[in-house]
Design a protein around this ligand. Sequence first.
Ligand code: SAM
Length: 249
Amino acid sequence: MRIDVVTIFPGYLDALDLSLVGKARRDGLLDLRVHDLRDWTTDRHRTVDDTPFGGGAGMVMRPDVWGRALDDVLGRTGGGDPAGRQVLLVPTPSGERLTQRTVEDLATVDQLVLACGRYEGIDARVAEHYADAGVEVREFSLGDYVLNGGEVAALVVVEAVARLLPGVVGNPQSLVEESHGAAGLLEYPVYTKPPAWAGREVPEILLSGHHGNIARWRRDLALERTAERRPDMVGTLDPADLDRRDRAV
Ligand code: SAM
């Protein structure tokens, strides 16, 4: 899979050389390219922003600079047909909330392009233009708060998508029982050695070696935790699926 990140702060993405994502890049599982938006400016100050039409505070990122950058990165300058499914992701606090379902879908795409906004964001015509040109455009939000720029959102997407690519996470079983996975529940609490720490014991059942009882306990705790911490998620659970999964443990 190829992921392109376009930003005025390429150094922000240096962390993607580390850990599992860094290894995935070195192993050739992920082709990640970080671009400096200023490489597509044409003036000697390398300007990417200007004042907002209609007035108001702050600056807005110019559509002409973004257009040149995205045409290049999406391979739309040569006139040829781009290969495979391309998605242009635009982080914005006014976008649709990013979820694990979206991330699972993004992990099946051939090329993801992340356009990191700064200041008051990117001129609205950019997203419209690429959607009209047939690119799948998704404006997404990390949550109901405002960051200074889209780079953190790009880091989040790259990490969340990359760990779903085959071969990136060493044991694929780790992806099965996670929070926000197929069961629609938060994960049960986890413990490791030592069995007693700071006066607290690991729940006895986990030391019993009885796999059936452990699975039942974990399922109960996952349900309890979800009901307590995320009642909004409980409302979306399918009772038939819950029954089926309950019978399976
Ligand atoms: N004026 C914009 C608004 O109120 O919607 C906020 C712009 S914000 C200061 C600058 C950039 O940060 C945005 O263009 C976007 O790329 C990024 N950003 C800020 N908050 C975000 C969030 N919750 N999710 C995703 N991206 C965000």
